[in-house]
Design a protein. Structure first.
Lengths: 165, 103
């Protein structure tokens, strides 16, 4: 992690985000991984080795991930997009009765990536400011998992310090 | 009928909580679509209240759709709801309700 910034309010976060250029960000609640998901065995939301089946295109035997430039892990590139997601994931309180928090994990749009991954803007005209971390060629699921971990290790964090308020 | 193509589990989640809270208006919107500004407002406000209820259920270890914590679905909810309302020309309603719900 290159930078360790902290915010104590959404207004603080907006100020910090405004200083970043061409960022791609994901709000992540404590205990969750920035690029992988907790395993779910069944349903439309199930995962394969921590990768959601709704995020990538899998081969029939589910051992491979197929390239698709409009499928991939979701990232926000604008404050409006990030604000809505952040407000939803921090809605309510945790088991201690404290308002839910989420750290912001981010990378630059032109960051180095493994050569089989690429950030691609959502082509839907209503989704300006939304990007996918796509797969550019057929790779094993295990390779994607390793690459997603590689990306997560290079993401910077803006820590939610609101608990101190 | 509203369908969410990218994240189809979003509809299951909204449907679950609309049934759980006996919100016939939202169930009607899921079936017939948001046909006017009132529907868009109702759906927008429901999403925020659903997120509240999800937090309560998670804290009470209540199983919803087979799991006690569905909060990782919330970014998908944001994606689908804003896309749906924007396509209908109601994104300003979502923005207004969201600001009201998060002063």
């Amino acid at each position: 992690m290159e930078e360790h910034l902290q915010f104590k309010s959404r207004s603080d976060l907006k100020d910090i985000i405004s200083t970043l250029e061409e960022y791609l960000a994901r709000p992540i609640t404590p205990g969750n991984h920035p690029t992988l998901y907790k395993d779910r065995a069944d349903g439309k939301y199930r995962t394969i080795m921590g990768v959601r089946v709704c995020d990538y295109k899998f081969s029939q035997d589910e051992k491979w991930v197929l390239p698709d430039d409009q499928m991939g892990l979701s990232f926000s590139a604008t404050w409006k997009n990030l604000k809505d997601v952040h407000r939803l994931v921090t809605r309510g309180v945790d088991k201690s009765g404290i308002s839910k928090r989420a750290d912001i994990y981010w990378v630059l749009q032109n960051s180095d990536l493994p050569d089989n991954l690429k950030f691609v803007q959502d082509r839907d005209p209503k989704k300006n400011g939304h990007y996918f971390l796509t797969v550019t060629k057929m790779i094993k699921v295990s390779t994607l998992v390793e690459n997603l971990k590689w990306v997560s290790n290079r993401m910077s964090i803006i820590k939610d310090g609101s608990i101190a308020l | 009928m509203i369908t969410f193509r990218r994240y189809p589990h979003v509809k299951d989640l909204i449907e679950y909580y609309a049934n759980d809270t006996k919100n016939d208006s939202v169930l009607g919107i899921l079936t017939n679509g948001a046909t006017n500004q009132n529907d868009a407002e109702e759906l927008s406000r429901f999403i925020w209240h659903m997120a509240d209820k999800m937090s309560i259920d998670c804290n009470n270890n209540k199983q919803v759709l087979g799991h006690t914590d569905n909060s990782e679905m919330l970014p998908d909810v944001e994606y689908e709801i804003t896309l749906y309302l924007d396509q209908l020309g109601y994104i300003n309603i979502w923005d207004r309700i969201s600001d009201e719900e998060n002063p």
